[in-house]
Each structure stands twice: as structure tokens, then as C-alpha cells.
Write a protein that binds this ligand. Sequence first.
Ligand code: GFB
Length: 322
Amino acid sequence: MVANMVAEAAATPFDLRGKSVYVAGHRGMVGGALVRRLRKEGVEAVTAARSELDLTDQAAVNRWFAANRPQVVFLAAAKVGGIHANNTLRGEFIYENLIVAANVIHAAHVNGAEKLLFLGSSCIYPRLAAQPLREDSLLTGPLEPTNEPYAIAKIAGIKMAEAYRSQYGSDFISVMPTNLYGPGDNYHPEYSHVVAALIRRFHEAKLAGAPEVVVWGTGTPRREFLYVDDMADACVHLMKTYSGADLINIGTGEDISIAEFATVVAATVGYDGRIVYDTSKPDGTPRKLLDVGRLAALGWRASTPLAEGMKLAYQAFLERGE
Ligand code: GFB
């Protein structure tokens, strides 16, 4: 049944060329990758600097949409961070993500946007949902506590897109990316996600000749990592070929333990010291592997293997401007 719905949805073509395409959050890792990917499509995305448009300001968002009237919206703007940021900046994570989603989705509707893609996250699924995580496990159990505020805001965005489709016939779709990494990542030592955190920590340990590197938690949680340019490619593919209320997971379909991943980072960076674990830090969700069956049925699969993506990510880290 679901497979049929997805197959039907895929039959609806949507051409981006010649359209005004707004990427909300273009300074972020995903938004930046979307702008790069859209260029290959012959589309120069419309963007707005934070100084020009504060997405938490409803009146400003309404004014901007009324003046610019984008036909297509990629909603990649969000307050994001790793496990420590999610767990400690809980108020900021729920407030900013709720209000940005509400403001942009509503303004897109009021100003007649033809299509919108909302980016959720794999952390919307219940902490102990069956693996690999299917889209229909949403709201079937309790969430992981470390990122519950972020997940609740993302679930609200998904449900808003779904409700606008149902009540107003808006062509708003939602995608759920797995853990992402690549150029444009945030390398903050405490607030970043694991990939950026470990690239930086292993690199600094190599330069300092440090005998060991500390990795948070037990090393046993498993994560699935998708290179951000693959993510942008999947989003553009779905924008063009998918229209439906069902969520679509975006991932590789393969996961790795944090301990194994730490050895991948060590190899990428060229660090040969010891790896030790700080078990006073949280592990978070034990496993978060996405079922990518719907995405595969829609004709897309990831193309960047982890080792290759990590080389590109390390290169981007070395070349980054601070
Ligand atoms: O990437 P990360 O912060 O996000 O952590 P989550 C993944 C795993 O890596 C956890 C471990 O088990 C961490 O304990 N880890 C080991 C580290 N060393 C480090 C380190 O130095 N820094 C970090 N950050 N982790 C996030 C959510 O959860 O996933 C967000 O909090 C978002 O809401 C994102 O959904 C995709 O996978 O645990």
C-alpha cells in the first residue's frame, strides 16, 4: 500500500528551472550544499542573510515572502548541534526550531509557494523503535531524552506540512536525514556533532603529538553518516519527483559503531595514538539506522562511501576560514 502511494507520488514531475527557489538556511552545512547542488541544475537559489531576514521574526518573514514570493522553498534553516548542545540548550532548540518552521511554512502557504521541502531529522523516531527505522514508526513510542526538544520541534514542522497539505492542498513534503557531515560543518569543540568534533580533536592531537584522544560515551552507539552533498542531491531529486504526505528517510542504509568510526577518523587524519572513552558523557540513542526503502523506490541512493566522504570532509576542515 505504502509502496503504491510512493510509486504514484513519483509520477508527478516538478521542474525547478526558471523558478524562484528559496533556500532558507543557506549559511548552514545543508543549505550551503543545496545552493551548490541547485547551481548544477541551472538554478541560482534566492537566499537572505540573517542581517536581512530574521526567521524567528514572524512579521519580518511575512514581509519578506510577500516581497519575494518564492515559488519553491527548501526549509533547511534550523538551530542544530550535537548531543551536548541538544541536551543543554534545550530551550533554544525547541523555541528556535518551532518558530522558524511555523513562520516559513505559513508564509510559504500564504504567499502561494508551489512547493516546499521541510528537513526533519532521524531523531524524530522513538528511541527504541525497530531498526532500521521506518517512516511509519513516527509517534509510536517515547523519544531519546537528550534531543527531545529538537525532535518535538521537528515533529511539529512535519505535522504542519502534513496539515497544510490536507487542509489547503499545499505541495509540502518532509524528508528525514540521518546524521550528516561534510563541508560547512560546525567544528565547535563541545556543541558540534560527532564527525566534526572528532575530525578537529584527532587533527589537534596529531599536531600536538598527543598520546591519546578522548571520545565521548562508551563507543557502542551506532550511527549512520551521510555526506552532505549526497543529502542535497537527494533533496533536489525528491523536490523534482516526489509529492506526498508520507515522510521520506534519507540515508545510506548502513551504520557503524562510534568506536569503529573513531578509527576511521584516526586513519583519515593520520593519527596513530590511543583512543580512550569518557563514559561520563552521554551515548544518546543506542542505534539510529534508517530504512531507506522508500527513497530507493523513488530512484535514489547515496553515492559517497564513508572513507571517501571523510577525506573530503577533512580537506574542507583544513581549508575552512575561521
Ligand atoms: O553526533 P552526535 O552529537 O549526535 O553524537 P546524536 C553521536 C554519538 O557520538 C553519541 C558520540 O553517542 C556521542 O556520545 N560522541 C563521541 C561524540 N565523541 C563525541 C564528541 O566529541 N562530540 C559529539 N557530539 N559526540 C544528534 C541529535 O544526536 O543527532 C541532534 O542530538 C540531531 O538532534 C543529530 O538529530 C542528527 O546522533 O547522538
